[in-house]
Design a binder for this molecule. Structure first.
Ligand SMILES: [Zn+2]
Length: 312
């Protein structure tokens, strides 16, 4: 059974009126978990992992964390970009997203469960020293680093299926071969990165993979990218754990994505990933919520996703 981790602090990251990355997204995602029949597996306010601040300092820097903390304490303002408003609880929410993801990663290792973390703010656009695209701390990068250094995991595979390219995650790992970053995303599109020829740098060459999709693409192209490319890449890499940057903003109802993916396709994608994890990674998959801005589209997609995470 997939355990679902969330924290009430995530509601208090206030982005202001009219911002698409809003607290109601959490309720929609939890509604999706409930629709899938997993309400009893929701863990609210789990203790943040004791390695939280150390991993944030490693992936970003202690100075960057302090800057966000101080800006957040100063109240409602923009942080680094027009896309990134913060409020008094934003630092605590972003920090709790990382801490909850690490707690979920530890549970994945110890309990052999496949956790889904319903957190906000999201993380995959956050660069080492720059917040962008509604993201502050790169949560999935922190989880990948933790698995490498604390859990004896040699190879981590990150699959990012948010409609936007995860520039932050790619940049953090593009010179390494121990964390593979693969993404399917609309291209060209925000944030501008994710071209097919971005394949990694130096020792990391061949360990970054970008699969661009066209505006308006739907289930056929989306699932073909998974079946014909992602599954093969995972089989070749044989990771010890798979992390998912689970954005549901390619859903046909999404106001930002401009794609036509159905909720059923997210279920199919998830089952394919779980099957590859069974082959290589002792079934280990950890999923972190990224984007998804239509509330009904998000709820329906999350329902299919968590059902897929429970796939045996
Ligand atoms: Zn997105």
């Amino acid at each position: 059974m997939p355990h679902v981790y969330t924290n009430r602090i995530f509601h208090r990251h206030d982005t202001g009126i009219g911002h698409p990355e809003r607290p109601a997204r959490l309720d929609a995602a939890i509604d999706g978990v409930t629709r899938a029949g997993f309400a009893s597996s929701i863990v609210t306010d789990a203790a943040l992992h004791p390695d939280t601040d150390r991993l944030i300092a490693k992936v970003h820097s202690a100075d960057y964390a302090r800057e966000l903390d101080e800006s957040s304490r100063a109240g409602m303002r923009l942080f680094h970009s027009l896309d990134n408003p913060i409020s008094s609880a934003s630092f605590s929410a972003a920090r709790a997203a990382v801490g909850t993801a690490l707690t979920a990663a530890a549970a994945m290792m110890d309990e052999r469960e496949r956790p889904f973390v319903v957190a906000r703010p999201p993380g995959h656009h956050a660069e080492r020293l720059t917040a962008m695209g509604f993201c502050f701390f790169n949560t999935i990068a922190c989880a990948a680093e933790w698995l490498r250094e604390q859990a004896g995991i040699e190879r981590v595979f990150i699959f990012d299926f948010d409609v936007h390219h995860g520039n932050g995650t790619q940049h953090l790992f593009e010179e390494r071969d121990d964390v593979y970053y693969a993404s399917i995303h609309r291209y060209p599109f925000y944030p501008g990165t994710g071209a097919i020829d971005e394949i990694g740098i130096g020792k990391g060459r061949g360990f970054t993979r970008n699969i661009p999709l066209d505006a308006g693409d739907g289930d056929v192209k989306f699932l073909r990218a998974v079946e014909d490319e992602i599954v093969g890449i995972i089989d070749d890499y044989a990771p010890n754990a798979i992390l998912l940057s689970s954005g549901f903003d390619a859903h046909r109802r999404d106001p930002l994505g401009g794609m036509r993916v159905s909720e059923e396709a997210y279920g199919e994608l998830t089952r394919r990933v779980v099957e590859t994890a069974e082959r290589h990674a002792n079934g280990r998959v950890l999923s972190l919520l990224e984007g998804g801005y239509d509330l009904e589209g998000l709820a329906a997609s999350v329902a299919e996703h968590v059902r897929g995470m429970g796939h045996e």
